[in-house]
Structures are given as structure tokens and as C-alpha cells.
Write a protein that binds this ligand. Sequence first.
Ligand code: IPM
Ligand code: MN
Length: 362
Amino acid sequence: MKKKITVIPGDGIGPEVIKSAIKVLEAVASKFNHEFTFQYAKLGGVAIDEEGTPLPQSTIDLCKNSDGVLLGAVGGPKWDTLPGHMRPEKGLLGIRKALNLYANLRPVTAHNSLLDASTLKKEVVAGVDLMIVRELTGGLYFGQPQERRQEPDGEAVVDTLYYKKSEIERIMKQAFELARLRRKKVTSVDKANVLESSRLWREVAEAVGSEYPDVQLEHMLVDNAAMQLIRNPKQFDVVVTENMFGDILSDEASMLTGSLGMLPSASIGGEGPGLYEPIHGSAPDIAGKNLANPLATILSVAMMLRYSFQLSEEADTIETAVTKVLEAGYRTGDIALNGEQVLKTEEMTEKVIDNIQLAVTN
Ligand code: IPM
Ligand code: MN
């Protein structure tokens, strides 16, 4: 199989974890006889510095003209004081919107060998396997107006939570379809006791749900969901929610796995390529030091192979390699316990590649 992949290293630890992911893709290509070619694009802080905008048109064009997009991370203190429309994060939001990637899949799986790395009790996190389906191109992040105002009695500010019914319908369908492939349960998270947008969200969940009688649907208020996620996370299978709620809940859920450095994501739904990125940020404090955990990005590559290229055996091979590396006790700093040996980014990557090369395939 031949595939063209747009690579967006971005800022901070982005370039390092991307380098790891590319090495893994190359190992998969040679093992399974695929041909992956890579074209590089700029986004975020590096694009602001070099092209004067967080999302150059050339980046959008490159992405559209490829089979999949792999992204590291964007942002950093250097650009934190820029006005909202010039921030690195605007580039990320812009590319999600430009590619119409309305469905963000964030799987949260507790690895048995990492249970001690979680701040929660072992018996709470053992066996956790849930999928957050975050709406990604609407809601509070994109609603207009979003602005500061001078009013007669002083300064004011507005953000807008806006959804078209059709936008809620399509994300619900994604959630129910995914649930069918899993344990057939959807938890729709909203704030229907307060927000009108959530009341429509709930109605649509019911309507779409009625087309999936084999899937169980429950509604949960977002504050309760935040609590349930650490009280009894095993109750969840697929969690579907608004953009900002999903942003917050997915960082919280990452702690079930021990580290934000473990969580991959897939952004899909558009007519063109999907975008794959770790959910962690650019971690400026450890950037350039070969200390970052590359596993979230490596697992994002597995998601690309599975969801964009339908290469499920290859995806399984990467995921199994990661599990084996963890079982063998290899750790980066973020998941190491006191006294455990800590591997560098590149060393961890080599361990994963060794396991891919050794894997027995059909
Ligand atoms: C994420 C990040 C982004 C988001 C930021 C960097 C804009 O936190 O992917 O979760 O809020 O969507
Ligand atoms: Mn986030």
C-alpha cells in the first residue's frame, strides 16, 4: 500500500515525538511492505515565527493533498502573550476546522503494567477501556461572537456555545457506530439542567439512539461525569460530548492511564484525511531534552493505520509492541515510579521498534 502522510512536528516536544512516530511508521512499512512518503508542514508557533501566521495556507493545501496528517504539539510560552487570533492554538483549531474533523476519538486504556503509575487505586483503574468522542469543530471553541466589549458600565466579554442540530446528529452517529464495535454503551455527557444547547444535545442523542436499539444510551451531567470518571471509570464505554467538555474530561481521564503522555487521538469525519495527534501539549519545560514519552504519538500512528488506512493488523502490531515494552518494565520519566530506570525518548522508541520487528504476523 502507498500512502502520503503530511507531518506537522509543531513546537516544544512535538518534533521529538514526531521523529519517534516516523521511525515506527518506517519499521511498519518495511515489515509489511508498504510505502509511506512524508511531506512536512508548519503549524503553530514555528509557523508564526517563520511565516507570520499560525496556519499558513500552504499547510492546509499539503494536508488536503495527503492520505493522513500526523501532528506533534503546538504552543509555548514564547507565543503566550500574542492576541487570540495569532496564538499557536488558533492554528490547531484552524486545521481541524479546515479539514472538517468534527469527531475526535480519545481512547483511554489502562495498561496492566502501568496501574501503579496512576494516582488512583489499582482496583479502580484496572480494566479501564473507554473512548471519549469529543465534538471538535463546534461548541464553545468556535461559536461567534467571541470578543471583548466596552459597555457603558465597563468591560465585558462573550464566548458563544452554538450548535446546529445536524452537527450534533453527525457526532452522535459516530459515537453509536463506535459503540457497536465495542461494548455497546453510549454515555452522552451534557449540562442539560442549565444549558439550552445541552437540552438539544440530549434530544438528538435520544433520536439518534432510537436508530441503534442494540446500543444502550444513558445521559450524564458533566459535573457528575467528572466525578464518575475517577469514582468508577469502568462503567464507561463510549462517552460523547461537546467540544470543551470533551477537552476537560479527556485530560482528567488520562490520569487513569498514569500519564497524559500515553493518550493518542484521532480526528476524523471530514471528506479528506484524518488528523492524528497525542492529546498532550508541547511540554516546553522538557523540550529538546530527549525526555518526552513518545508512546502517545506512536499510538496515534496506530490509530492512523486503523482508521484512515484500514490496516488493522499493522495497528495491532504497534499497540501490542507498546504493551510488551511496558510489560518488560521500560519507562520514560512521566510513567516511572521512584527508583525505576528511566529511558530517553529515543531509547523508548527503539524498544517499540524492536518489538515490531520481532512480532509474528499472519
Ligand atoms: C487538545 C488541546 C487543544 C484543545 C488546545 C491546544 C487548543 O488542549 O487537543 O486537547 O483545547 O483542543
Ligand atoms: Mn486539551
